[in-house]
Design a protein around this ligand. Structure first.
Ligand code: NAP
Length: 294
């Protein structure tokens, strides 16, 4: 079916958007978001700004001065940016991290779309409902924090965080345990010694560590023979698109889910917050995939 396509013209009505980080030149967000504007006819342009800890306050003043409509925030500014904003959404406040800023005529509000982007992708690609499921999350860093908060809203039976440094898993479970919707889920923490036994009972096992990420593509956070055939194996890594963990899990008879969908959907939520329009997710995925495979 022929689809309407828009020419991406930059003129004196063009609205500004961007992503900030240090480093930032590796970011795929500009190609993804500019494709989204082009697909939907939004007169916007999105660029990458290399912002350091020292220049962050001046950048945020510039957002207000130039009326930049939306900003994505990546490492290392997700925490520090919060004190420079006017409002923080409840989810972002619970996580202690902002990855999306919306500018409403000078009033800046911070959101976190990482976790909800992950859950949207997981439900679309691998598992329709998380209610009553037993979930194991490997890793207790920033990414784990975001997805656990979002998973707790889905009424799973249990989420167990397993981390090499068990103290960090315990701190995470203590910080987020109170956010389970209707108090349904139990959130607890274990050391990696328990991983084999936990995987034998889990319907969903998620790798949030960097184990298996390029260039260490032969590493995996677990032995796939520990997984139940038919369980979902999910990896936040998207470089490579298919990690060793996912390839081994597929051989074991598991349903697999890679990290690209999380990246696309965290951007899709940001696009929707900024424009009020549904994000053109398929086109966003297509251009990021092409860029990763180039
Ligand atoms: P982070 O805050 O630095 O946390 C890293 C986690 O990985 C920690 O739990 C750490 O354990 C664990 N870890 C690192 N190396 C390990 C090893 N050799 N063995 C066992 N555990 C190890 O990083 P993050 O921001 O959470 O990011 C984690 C991963 O998620 C990265 O691969 C990143 O690319 C991915 N990610 C993907 C998306 C997406 O959109 N798909 C978004 C964000 C992040 P310790 O506590 O013991 O150090």
């Amino acid at each position: 079916m022929a689809r309407e396509s828009f020419q991406h013209v930059i003129d004196s009505h063009t609205t500004l958007f961007g992503v900030i980080g240090d480093p930032i030149r590796h970011s795929k967000s500009p190609i993804m978001m500019n494709r989204a504007f082009c697909e939907t006819g939004v007169n916007g342009v999105y660029t990458a700004f290399h912002i350091t800890d020292q220049t962050l306050p001046a950048f945020i003043a510039g957002v207000r001065a130039m009326n930049i409509r939306g900003v994505n925030v990546t490492i290392p500014h997700k925490l520090q940016v919060m004190e420079l904003l006017d409002h923080i959404d409840e989810g972002a406040a619970a996580l202690g991290a902002v990855n999306t800023v919306v500018n409403d005529n000078g009033i800046l509000t911070g959101y976190n779309t990482d976790g909800i982007g992950y859950v949207r992708s997981l439900k679309e690609e691998a598992i329709a409902s998380l209610a009553g499921k037993r979930i194991v999350v490997i890793g207790a860093g920033g990414a784990a924090r975001g997805i656990i908060y979002a998973l707790l809203q889905e009424q799973p039976a249990q989420i167990t965080v397993v981390n090499r440094t068990v103290d960090k898993a315990e701190q995470l479970a203590a910080a987020l345990g109170g956010y389970a919707k209707n108090g349904a889920a139990v959130l607890d923490a274990r050391s990696t010694d328990s991983l084999q036994a936990l995987c034998g009972e889990a319907e969903l096992v998620i790798n949030t560590t960097s184990v298996g990420m390029f260039p260490n593509v032969d590493a995996s956070p677990l032995d796939a023979s520990w997984l139940q055939p038919g369980a979902v194996a999910s990896d936040l890594i998207y470089n490579p698109l298919q990690t060793k963990f996912l390839l081994d899990a597929k051989q074991r008879g598991c349903i697999t889910h890679g990290g690209l969908g999380m990246f696309i959907n965290q951007g899709a939520y940001a696009f929707e917050y900024w424009t009020g329009k549904p994000a053109p997710v398929a086109a966003m995925r297509e251009i990021v995939l092409a860029s990763l495979q180039a």
